[in-house]
Design a protein around this ligand. Structure first.
Ligand code: SF4
Length: 879
């Protein structure tokens, strides 16, 4: 049976055609009819069926780690929340939500806290992702309105990608851009990013600017547009306000393009070319994400971009507009319901008593919150200070993802009541939970999500809930009922919640509010179940949705005019010092998602990058005497990070480092990027400055390194300085390194792994190899070797699935060179398992294009996520 659903990873919101098999498993492919992806899926989406199954799931409610009935768990949560509220007031409790929740879950949580508990202490991990973009839109348009559609990316003549490694983080949109450029070779692409990322493969121009100088770059552009007489005076006059002040502010900052270039550390000619292209092209889309948002001046960065679009009137028509792209699958749905602490509901906020009154009457909630609540970073500080005494965390892992994770875990340790709803059994945050509530996961959940182009789609349940897992909206509603709010939370089906959400969007909305889906206020279950993707607003005038906003030049400010915002130059707060001389940039990698709770279950998704790493420029590597592949340590007074060095020739600027955001204590000994980042936030949006930390860098000098492979169910404790885990299905692989000398390998194995069945020791070559067998079945293998390259372990993996090892197989286990081991090199194409060595060989044999490589090896022919890397290898090999 086929069901159409939506990918739960990034904000592109691809439609997934799921084939539910009789065996209970599912197959996935792209939904050809979904307007976000038209059948495409990236590698993460293609591996969705690989992250399912009961293994690793939270299967029943727990109180103090003891399984209890749902009734007991709900009693515990509701009674302790009620007691805390009655003793300390409503602001002593909080919810911390997630962009992975469905809109219906989000709606119910927000309604309970803001409407009935009477506090606005509801915030979400989306604060870390796009809150600066929200604040920028609200300042400019009077509303949190994304003006564009994905098809604008294809209709544009100039695409400006700012702070966005689209090729890795929004791969399907990147593929759409690639296809558009192929179809229209005159389409120009400019990438603005301190790093030369895979996205630059598409770029006609790459501006490798100094980190956190984005607003100055765009203020310089505004000034240039005025100097060159390229402003749209009619548009400015008719539809905007505040232009003179914004322009004066931009002109005060810089008196020439070369001054901007100097400030941003760019080549003046390259910058002039970008400015000329922007000035000369009508159809411009500026596409921006975390590189713009995760900054002390994230909101200003957004407005500096929007200012340029307003000044040229490049908004509200096909192929034009300032387009913020969200990271998370339902960040937009969370915004719709008011899931941020400074929002109320349905795109209404606390800025007017009328808004509060409106929502209060709609919800019949006399105890509604009156003021904004605590934003994410403030919230966890308030928990540590004892001001917030009960927190309910749903579907997110703040012990890993927030800045200063040490402070966050201290706060959770101190907090009298921590409730965590999650589908997985083991996350760092769950370790601090007094009450754990098993939630349904993707393939079980049922509701709606909204992607980055305002398109609402259904996420449909495909399989029955695992164990005793329940839907988040159900869990929240049951707690609400037990707290005494029975009437307002008597939902029986998510369709009822969606209908109420739709009704609120239209309630007393005379066109002054952008978010309006009132046409669905009477939706029944059948219609909800057959819901087709649609872009809001969906109104009587636009019953099939709205692709583009502001076509009429009418905005949602009191004057109905868009506002220019004067931007002042500002510097990052986390400035380097002699003790912390390196700028730290953080971000996602191609094949992992957030803190890997879900993507970390698919072995395929570890093949591209399987260890935490640090990217650094070769000049810095030389200075610090670090070679590619060596282990390095990043340090900050708050915490440390260990990862494998990736020395870059030109991709990384000097003095700047990049680390992935995903690894954490569940997967590695010391690799939480949040441990290194200070809790510095944008003063308007509250979004952390995660793109500009500061650290010191040193080489790790382990006495030995090695690797361990064992059955995944083996419980082991690894007392080494560095370990990093790579799940490979039934087998788990660990990289190991330690500065403490391994004096007696056999004793070490016995202590940490169990009885040693066979071993091989060569003190001269520093090699030690051992394996443990239970009967004839392989349990673990442990290899210590001189510091250097780790050979392929594929053959050995296969040995773990043998029910009985032959004498030859036993002999070869410890003899890495004795069996046929093909080292694939770096895994480039995860879909077809094509490594760099095979690609280089194929190029040598005459494959001179991506298409030719695809014909020969199939690489790049499924999800296409690896095409930029294929191009990079081609460029290097054919040079
Ligand atoms: Fe999922 Fe990839 Fe589509 Fe994002 S681009 S929604 S991760 S398939």
């Amino acid at each position: 049976m086929h069901k159409m659903t939506t990918c739960p990873y990034c904000g592109v919101g691809c439609g997934v055609d799921a084939d539910i098999l009789d065996s209970g498993s599912i197959g996935v492919k792209g939904d050809k009819s979904h307007p976000a992806n038209f059948g495409r899926l990236c590698v993460k989406g293609s591996a969705l069926h690989e992250v399912l199954g009961a293994g690793g799931r939270l299967l029943s409610p727990l109180i103090n780690n003891v399984p209890v009935s749902w009734d007991s768990a709900l009693d515990e949560v509701s009674s302790r929340f009620l007691r805390t509220i009655s003793e300390h007031g409503p602001d002593s409790v909080a919810f911390y939500l997630s962009g992975q929740l469905l809109t219906e879950d989000y709606y119910v949580a927000n309604k309970l806290m803001k409407g009935f508990i009477g506090s606005a202490n509801v915030d979400t991990n989306s604060r870390l992702c796009m809150s600066s973009a929200v604040a920028g839109y609200k300042r400019a348009f009077g509303s949190d309105t994304v003006p564009c559609s994905y098809e604008d990316l294809e209709k544009a003549e100039l695409l400006v990608l700012v702070g966005s490694n689209t090729a890795w983080n929004h791969p399907v949109l990147y593929q759409r851009m690639q296809a558009a450029k192929k179809k229209n070779p005159s389409l120009k692409v400019v990438v603005v990013d301190p790093r030369r990322t895979a996205t630059c493969d598409l770029a006609d121009l790459h501006l490798a600017l100094k980190p956190s100088t984005d607003s100055e770059l765009f203020s310089g552009l505004l000034s240039y547009l005025a100097d060159q007489n390229c402003l749209n005076h009619d548009y400015i006059e008719q539809y905007t306000e505040g232009f003179e002040l914004a322009l004066a502010s931009a002109q005060q900052q810089f008196d020439s393009v070369s001054a901007v270039a100097k400030y941003c550390d760019l080549d003046s000619d390259i910058l002039t070319t970008f400015y000329e292209w922007f000035a000369q092209t009508d159809k411009v889309v500026t596409f921006y994400s975390q590189g713009v948002n995760q900054s002390f001046s994230g909101t200003d960065n957004s407005n500096a971009i929007i200012n340029c679009h307003l000044a040229t009137g490049r908004i509200g028509f096909e192929g034009a507009g300032p387009f913020s792209i969200t990271g998370q699958p339902n960040a937009m749905g969370g915004r719709e319901v008011g899931g941020l602490a400074n929002q109320l509901a349905a795109h209404l906020d606390f800025s007017s008593p009328e808004y509060i009154d409106l929502v209060s009457r709609f919800w019949n909630a006399p105890n509604i919150a009156q003021t904004e609540g605590l934003k994410a970073v403030e919230l966890f500080q308030a928990i540590e200070e004892g001001k917030v005494k009960a927190v309910w965390i749903m579907g997110t892992n703040p012990a890993v993802s927030l800045p200063n994770t040490h402070q966050v875990t201290q706060a959770l340790e101190k907090c009298p009541l921590v409730v965590v709803s999650d589908c997985m059994a083991s996350t760092e945050t769950l370790k601090y939970a007094d009450v754990c509530l098993p939630a349904t996961g993707w393939s079980e959940k049922d509701g709606t999500v909204t992607n980055a182009e305002r398109r609402i789609s259904r996420q449909r349940s495909l399989l029955a809930p695992t164990g005793e897992a329940k839907h988040d909206w159900w869990i929240i509603s049951e707690v609400a009922k037990k707290m005494g709010f029975e009437d307002a939370f008597s939902y029986q089906h998510p369709a009822e919640i969606f209908a109420e959400h739709a009704a609120l969007s239209g309630f007393e909305n005379d066109g002054n509010r952008d978010f309006d889906i009132r046409l669905y206020q009477d939706i029944d279950i059948d219609t909800y179940n057959s819901f087709k993707p649609v872009q809001w607003p969906v109104t009587q005038e636009a019953p099939y949705g709205t692709a583009r906003m502001f076509s009429d030049g009418r905005f949602f400010t009191p004057s109905k005019r868009a506002r220019f915002i004067p931007i002042q130059a500002s510097s990052p707060i986390q400035q380097v010092t002699p003790e912390l001389p390196y700028i730290l940039n953080t971000g996602r990698i191609r094949d992992q998602w957030h803190t890997m709770a879900m993507s970390g279950r698919a072995r395929r998704l570890f093949q591209h990058r399987d260890e935490p790493f640090v990217e650094l420029n070769q000049a810095d590597a030389l200075k610090e005497q670090i070679s590619d592949g060596e282990l390095v340590k990043l340090s900050h007074p708050q915490g440390d990070y260990i990862g494998r060095a990736r020395v870059m020739v030109s991709e990384q600027r000097r003095g700047e480092l990049f680390v992935p955001m995903h690894w954490n204590n569940e997967f590695s000994s010391l690799a939480k990027m949040g441990a290194l980042l200070e809790p510095v936030t944008d003063p308007i949006s509250g979004q952390p400055e995660s793109k500009h930390g500061r650290v010191s860098l040193s080489k790790l000098n382990p006495s030995w390194q090695g690797w361990l492979m064992c059955r995944s169910d083996l419980e082991i404790n690894l007392p080494v300085e560095y370990w990093s885990k790579v799940p490979k299905g039934d087998v788990t692989f660990y990289y190991l390194a330690d500065s403490v000398e391994l004096v007696d390998g056999i004793a070490w194995c016995k202590e940490h792994l169990g009885d040693v069945s066979i071993w091989l020791e060569d003190p001269n070559s520093q090699n030690f190899r051992a394996a443990g067998l239970k009967g004839e079945v392989l349990e673990w293998t442990f290899f210590v070797m001189p510091y250097g390259e780790i050979p392929s372990t594929r053959w050995l993996e296969e040995m773990f699935s043998e029910a009985e090892l032959s004498i030859d197989q036993r002999r070869f286990i410890l003899s890495v060179t004795g069996c046929e081991i093909e080292n694939p090199g770096e895994m480039i194409c995860s879909c077809y398992q094509v490594g760099s060595n095979a690609i280089v060989e194929a190029i040598g044999l005459g494959s001179r294009t991506v298409d030719m490589l695809g014909d020969k090896l199939k690489c790049g022919t499924n999800c296409g996520s690896c095409i930029p890397e294929l191009n990079a290898i081609l460029a290097k090999e054919l040079k």
